[in-house]
Design a protein around this ligand. Structure first.
Ligand SMILES: *Cc1c(COP(=O)(O)O)cnc(C)c1O
Length: 380
């Protein structure tokens, strides 16, 4: 038996005919860059997220980078974000010549703690990037309040949370800009790289549209130096099909999470924090003291798991020069040591979740016997 963390082949086999037809349609059209598929997908995603503009770009990282450029982030500026995220969030800041400034997370949601933002604001601060980790919405109400008080822009890193809602509004549409990733394993994933920015702001949308296309809105006329960062037609055609399925898939993720929650109750693990549509369970992530041992045990029994992420960004070699210390971000470090993500995708079967959970029960039963010898007390 082998249970993968994410099994993309199962999804493809369910939608194979439609996908193949869409790819062929693009091949036959002879149009591969910025054609009808991208503009249609942009309209459909703008409608889905409830915003005026959506702009397709080459990746989630570029969506963040071009968003920051579009709001004028540059040399010497500071952008506040979470230490507990994928490095793309802060790479985008660094690309602009700005400095990432970290505010610790709320250990219950793994998202930036709004109460810790204000103390990090300086004269140089220009923006906040909340990340909706694992598909769980950040506390946007409080984040927007701080941002308004200090006149800061808010760029949502929604790479892990397509379809997540906050108070009935789609994630990405709440701050000034939202950045999505269509990396294949994201909950709305292409078959290659891709990304999208969404915004209600006409000026920002225009700027991103030009930034992705060599600073140009009219062929061979360049207002500024831009980039080559376009979503391609084949990926857009694939995503248009998957967009129609995303609500059903997210619902299945939530069902899977509820089953996990039910079966893991009573074990010494911290279950994810989610209510209603504020979590789409891009990852099903729990916390426990003996994470590495548990991951090895699962792997020996054919179950894949992952650690997102084992090293907080301030401790990464790439950011060591910023000189942060562990004591500034206790909850991010704790999360890095204790989180483990279990298999999660819409096509995961009930029987598979049952198997994973009985393995976990066995693991904790075994480790309790070892503990009673060593006399150590475990967390719950
Ligand atoms: C995946 C991811 C990104 C980057 O997306 P790419 O499309 O791989 O460039 C950015 N931020 C977070 C939180 C992510 O999970």
């Amino acid at each position: 038996m082998q249970i993968l963390l994410v099994d993309l082949k199962r999804q493809y086999s369910a939608i194979e005919k439609e996908i193949d037809r869409a790819i062929k349609r693009v091949l036959a059209s002879g149009q591969f860059i910025l054609g009808n598929e991208v503009s249609s997908l942009e309209k459909e995603i703008a409608e889905y997220t409830g915003v005026k503009h959506a702009v397709g770009v080459a990746s989630g990282t570029d969506a963040l980078h071009l968003s920051l450029l579009a709001i004028g982030i540059g040399n010497g500026d500071e952008v506040i974000t979470t230490p507990f995220t994928f490095i793309a969030t802060t790479e985008a800041i660094t690309y602009c010549g700005a400095t990432p400034v970290f505010a610790d997370i709320d250990i219950n949601t793994y998202n930036i703690d709004p109460a810790k933002i204000e103390g990090k604001i300086t004269k140089k601060t220009k923006a906040i990037i909340p990340v909706h980790m694992y598909g769980r919405s950040a506390d946007m109400g409080k984040i927007l309040k701080v941002a308004r008080n200090y006149n800061l822009k808010v760029v949502e890193d929604a790479a892990q949370s397509f379809g997540t809602e906050y108070n009935g509004k789609k994630i990405g549409s709440i701050g000034d800009i939202g950045a999505f990733s269509f990396f294949p394993s994201k909950n709305l994933g292409a078959y290659g790289d891709g990304g999208m920015i969404v915004t209600n702001n006409d000026v920002i949308a225009d700027k991103v549209r030009m930034l992705r296309h060599h600073g140009s809105s009219q062929k061979y006329f360049h207002k500024f130096i831009g980039y080559n960062s376009r979503l391609d037609e084949i990926q857009a055609a694939i995503l248009r099909i998957k967009l129609k399925m995303i609500d059903g898939w997210n619902e299945k993720r939530r069902k899977n999470a509820l089953l996990y929650n039910k079966l893991l109750k009573g074990l010494p693990v911290r279950l994810p924090d989610g209510k209603g549509r504020d979590h789409i369970y891009h990852a099903y992530t729990v916390r426990m003291k003996n994470r590495d041992k548990c991951s090895r045990f699962l792997s020996e029994n054919g179950v894949s798991s992952a650690v997102y992420y084992p090293v907080p960004l301030p401790a990464q070699e790439a950011y060591r020069h910023l000189g942060y210390s562990e004591s500034e971000f206790p909850d991010s470090y704790k999360a890095s040591r204790e989180v483990i993500s279990l298999p999660m995708f819409p096509e995961l079967e009930i029987a598979e979740i049952e198997t994973i959970c009985s393995l976990l029960k066995k693991f904790f039963c075994n480790s309790k016997m070892i503990m009673s010898y060593s006399g150590k007390v475990e967390m719950s």
